[in-house]
Design a protein around this ligand. Structure first.
Ligand code: GLU
Length: 428
């Protein structure tokens, strides 16, 4: 989903190369880990509602299964590219490693626009996607999950197709299923809540009272919403949120200096979760340009939309009031912007640490599927909080003791863990 000359896979490789050099990794290990293990590219032929036929391009990239089966979501997006999926698959490997769960990294995608597809057409794409990769995915090979514009419903259609083909019930084939259908309580909240657990820990370390903080959020999807929900529960105030508007093909930032209200905004969204501009105006929201979320006078910035949002251009607009950036999205910040953020002395909670709550809860979901015994929500969230808090502190301690940027510290931990698995297995 990249625009212009921005290539997320090149960015992911650049980030890897810099840390691999610092770790002194040998050439074979570098060669192995800077590329995916396996790539599947395929066509998904669909009969559309009007009787015509259309072929959608689908992907599954398995970056590394050195630490366990590949794991990662599937995105539906009109601007999806294979290089984006490759980058995201690599970031999943670092994500599962930083929270130390026994899984690898993968990612899938389909170039399609759910806004223009009926539910029946989306179901057909989900089933077609599974048919194309059925031999190469599964509970002990590669486990998909939801991501941008895919939901529990999509996961259930995929599971059903997988079970039809294999003739067996395998709820652990896919995660992010609705609760009651093999899903885990807390999975919907997990990514956003995880972001807030890491923010809470960072603020403690910085001696800042969360109740006195303000935040600006980019995005209004699943991650953003549950980030706002828990941040509000902890007493923080979100003063601005930006949200995509499909009709106008641009985003707007919705601002209320004394705090936006999540329920109020949710009540004026369409079925794709996009906020209605006129209704927001009527509710007293200031309507700003999409990019204005980043130039707010707040303590915390939370990019929770897509990649390449905090870049050399936009990072210059970050106000000096900002103390923490917590990346809810995958790959929102470019290496050039990282340099600007370092120079501004902002505490960065990098994506594959900050947003690891989703995959951690997916792991819990699989564990529950395997036991066929389900935990209550408190148990799930308590375990999630513990995992996220531990991972946060491991990265933060390394960052302080080695005096390195938080993203680099997170990479050092993850790459070392994955490289070690490759070595012990005798691969390199
Ligand atoms: N798509 C989410 C991510 O990027 C969750 C992946 C998963 O649960 O496997 O982390």
């Amino acid at each position: 989903m990249s625009s212009g000359s921005f290539n997320p896979f090149k960015m992911a490789q650049q980030q890897f190369d810099e840390v691999a050099a610092k770790l002194g990794l040998d050439e074979a290990t570098c060669d192995l880990l800077r590329n995916p293990d396996r790539e599947y590219h395929f066509g998904i032929p669909i009969r559309m509602d009007d009787g015509s036929y259309k072929v959608f391009r689908g992907f599954r990239i398995q970056h590394s299964d050195a630490r366990g089966p590949c794991k990662g979501g599937i995105r539906f997006h009109p601007q999806e590219t294979v290089d984006t999926v490759k980058a995201l698959a690599m970031w999943m490997t670092w994500k599962t490693a930083v929270v130390d769960i026994p899984l690898g990294g993968g990612k899938g995608g389909v170039i399609c626009d759910p806004h223009t597809l009926s539910m029946r057409e989306q179901e057909a794409i989900c089933r077609g996607w599974v048919r194309q990769v059925v031999k190469n995915v599964g509970p002990v090979q590669d486990i998909p999950a939801p991501d941008v514009l895919t939901t529990g419903q999509h996961m259930l259609w995929m599971l059903d197709e997988y079970e039809k083909i294999t003739g067996m019930k395998s709820p652990g084939f896919i995660t992010g299923k609705p609760a009651g259908f093999g899903g885990s309580l807390g999975r919907t909240e997990a990514t956003g809540y995880g972001v807030v657990y890491t923010i809470r820990e960072a603020l403690k370390e910085l001696n800042i009272d969360i109740k006195k903080t303000t935040a600006s959020v980019q995005g209004f999807g699943n991650v953003a919403r549950y980030t706002i929900e828990l941040f509000n529960q902890y007493g923080g105030t979100v003063t601005a949120v930006s949200c995509w508007n499909h009709g106008e093909q641009k985003a707007y930032t919705y601002k209320k200096s004394n705090g936006i209200k999540l329920d109020e905004l949710l009540s004026i969204t369409n079925k794709f979760g996009e906020i209605n501009v006129e209704k927001a105006k009527a509710l007293g929201y200031e309507i700003l340009a999409g990019n204005d979320w980043i130039s707010q006078e707040v303590d915390i910035l939370i990019p929770a939309a897509l990649e390449n949002q905090v870049n050399a251009e936009t990072a210059l607009n970050i106000k000096s009031s900002v103390r923490v950036i917590a990346e809810g999205a995958n790959g929102p910040t470019t290496p050039e912007a990282d340099e600007i953020i370092k120079s501004k002395n902002i505490w960065m909670i990098p994506d594959f640490l900050a947003n690891a709550g989703g995959v951690t809860c997916s792991y819990f979901e699989q564990v529950q599927n395997n036991m066929n015994y389900y935990w209550d929500k408190d148990e799930v969230l308590t375990k999630l909080d513990r995992k996220m808090t531990e991972a946060y502190h491991a990265v933060s301690e390394l960052s302080r003791s080695k005096n390195v940027y938080m993203r680099e510290a997170a990479y050092l931990i993850s790459i070392q863990r994955v490289a070690e698995a490759c070595k012990y297995r005798g691969w390199v």
